[in-house]
Design a protein around this ligand. Structure first.
Ligand SMILES: [Zn+2]
Length: 271
């Protein structure tokens, strides 16, 4: 038994399905940080490729519906979609929200049948300046501090990040709290203690100086996991990872993966 990785990206693109294109008259809003998370999909792809892990990426802008919010949470809707008639909202959820979240959850459940743990990394990026305030951090690891395995993992990951990337300003449960409504929060309830979910939020300012260092950040994680494995007693502290760290091969979960459509004209990056 080993650890299986699962990678997701809820705010991967700012694509708009043709059926709802009439709603999106504000191109600037769509290309802003409110429309998507620049750089997050590249990061998710790099991690999934390095780990040979399943990758799920939402295929519409979060301004249509936010796949990182529960369907009952009012903030699943944006200023663009909040006032839509219930029938149209239900159609949007059925077409773009439920299939994505179900696919991720199903993949994690399948991986748990053959692995001791599933470690779900959800890639996100945040805007450097919010409400006029410059955010004084580069990377946030969001987890549930009431869950010992996630807490232990996040702490070990940050220690390794400080060693490998000392210039990176890393904070735990910032700029958001890991327990607030998000896909990992929903999956924790469904999948139990063997599911670990960490949202990884990086500052979009890093993109101004080149790409986010996705692979060194991942290297810090795998080192953190390895050190846990090597601790005396075999328990790996609170993490209690069983067996050897392994990069999972392709699984049957592949058939549930959400297709990313890079050719979509709305998915272009802002200039
Ligand atoms: Zn995001």
């Amino acid at each position: 038994m080993s650890v299986a990785f699962l990678i997701s990206c809820e705010h991967a693109v700012n694509a708009v399905p043709p059926a709802h294109a009439r709603l999106f008259t504000d191109a600037a809003l769509l290309t802003s940080h409110r429309g998507w998370d620049p750089g997050a999909l590249d990061t998710a792809k790099a991690w999934a490729s390095a780990l040979n892990a399943p990758l799920f990426a939402a295929s519409v802008t979060r301004l249509l519906c936010d796949c990182n919010r529960s369907p009952s949470n009012p903030s699943v809707w944006s200023s663009v979609t909040r006032a839509l008639p219930p029938a149209e909202k239900n159609a949007i959820l059925a077409a773009w929200h439920a299939p994505y979240r179900t696919a991720v959850g199903r993949s994690a459940a399948e991986l748990l049948q053959t692995h001791a743990r599933v470690l779900h990394l959800a890639a996100h990026s945040f805007t450097p300046i919010l409400d006029g305030q410059r955010r004084n951090m580069d990377l946030g690891l969001l987890y549930d501090p009431s869950r010992p395995a996630e807490k232990s993992l996040a702490g070990a990951w940050r220690r390794e990040l400080r060693r490998i990337l000392p210039e990176l300003r890393v904070r735990l449960n910032a700029p958001y709290r890991g327990i607030s409504d998000g896909l990992p929060a929903a999956l924790r309830k469904c999948l139990g203690e063997h599911y670990l979910g960490v949202e990884v939020e990086f500052n979009q300012a890093l993109l101004e100086h080149g790409a986010f260092p996705a692979l060194p950040v991942l290297q810090a994680l795998t080192r953190a996991l390895t050190f846990h494995e090597q601790k005396p007693g075999g328990g790996g502290g609170d993490l209690r990872l069983n067996g050897k760290l392994a990069y999972p091969a392709e699984t049957s979960a592949a058939r549930f993966r959400t297709k990313v459509s890079p050719g979509d004209s709305h998915a272009q990056r802002p200039a």
